[in-house]
Design a protein around this ligand. Structure first.
Ligand code: HXC
Length: 268
């Protein structure tokens, strides 16, 4: 689908996207690139990253990859520094890396719980921490704000409670809290805007594949008010809005992009 945004809204910007090799992270990288940004993607799997960069380059996007695990502080530091070394600046950090699986709390060891928090919550914080010194200057002279932008990919799991998702719900609740705290402190001190996106069920993603069965995928359509699956494109358009000057007065918000599904209750 065509983007409703002008193709130069991120011209001259440099974005780093964790989990940018596949799924939602990849589509955000692709759309950022198509709207003028140079993009670095970070992930754990070299083959996936290589293939992703190949596709991005073939679409005329200036993209590079760096292998790394957001759970390792040294990887986060190295990838942020390498991005700045390669592109000369950093304007936008997207934290899209996540880990998940379906499990009841009875079957989830404390280490399994910790693993997901380490990736989603601590990983997000670590990337933000390492990116700060560059984001302070990101955006300088390029628009109405002095600092760069952070986007944290969240979820709606924790707005109520979600079966078999105790780890991810806790992790994403922490991510939303990090979004608000950094929006307050780094927004005040450096004019860095920090926002989140909470996607609903997005078709053709590992998340939906891993976290649902054929039957739940069929049934979910009954519960979506606008009666269709979300597309990765929908999330990428929200990301473009938040990362560009269109979102210049949005700070500390996590925008739900789910067709209204989290509001649903059976008709009474
Ligand atoms: C119970 C499990 C488990 C499972 C792992 N563990 N899988 N417990 N059920 N299915 C436990 C292990 O037993 C271990 O604890 C601990 O978690 C660490 O497991 P490892 O396999 O060593 O970890 P690692 O290899 O680092 O793998 C990380 C992972 C894995 C998260 C567990 O699934 C992964 O890397 N996935 C790829 C990324 C991914 O899942 N992306 C989807 C994101 S979708 P013990 O105690 O045995 O040592 C998404 C959508 C959210 O985030 C929103 C949805 C609406």
């Amino acid at each position: 689908m065509e983007s409703p945004f002008k193709t130069d809204i991120l011209q001259g910007k440099v974005a780093l996207v964790t989990g940018g090799g596949s799924g939602i992270g990849f589509e955000i990288s692709r759309q950022f690139g198509k709207h003028g940004a140079a993009v670095a993607i970070m992930g754990r799997r070299r083959q996936v990253l290589e293939a992703a960069v190949h596709v991005l380059n073939s679409q005329g996007i200036h993209a590079i990859y760096f292998e790394g695990d957001v759970r390792k502080h040294e990887d986060a530091a190295r990838v942020v520094q390498s991005t700045v070394k390669h592109f000369g600046r950093l304007d936008i950090l997207v934290n899209a890396a996540a880990g998940n699986f379906l499990t009841s709390p009875e079957d989830l060891s404390p280490n399994g719980f910790k693993t997901v928090l380490d990736i989603d919550s601590v990983g997000t914080y670590t990337m933000c921490f390492e990116a700060l010194k560059y984001l302070k200057k990101g955006g300088e002279g390029k628009g109405p704000s002095a600092g760069g932008v952070i986007l944290n990919i969240s979820a709606t799991l924790h707005y109520t409670a979600t079966w078999y998702q105790i780890h991810s719900s806790a992790a994403k609740a922490a991510v939303d809290s990090i979004t608000r705290s950094l929006a307050l402190e780094w927004g005040t001190d450096y004019e860095i805007r920090v926002n989140g996106i909470a996607p609903g069920p997005i078709q053709n993603t590992l998340g939906v594949e891993k976290l649902s069965t054929e039957e739940t995928r069929r049934n979910i359509l009954k519960d979506i008010p606008i009666f269709r699956w979300g597309e990765k494109w929908d999330i990428a358009m929200a990301a473009l809005y938040l990362a560009s000057d269109a979102g210049k007065f949005v700070n500390g918000a996590t925008i739900v992009v789910d067709g209204g599904i989290w509001l649903c209750r059976p008709r009474g």
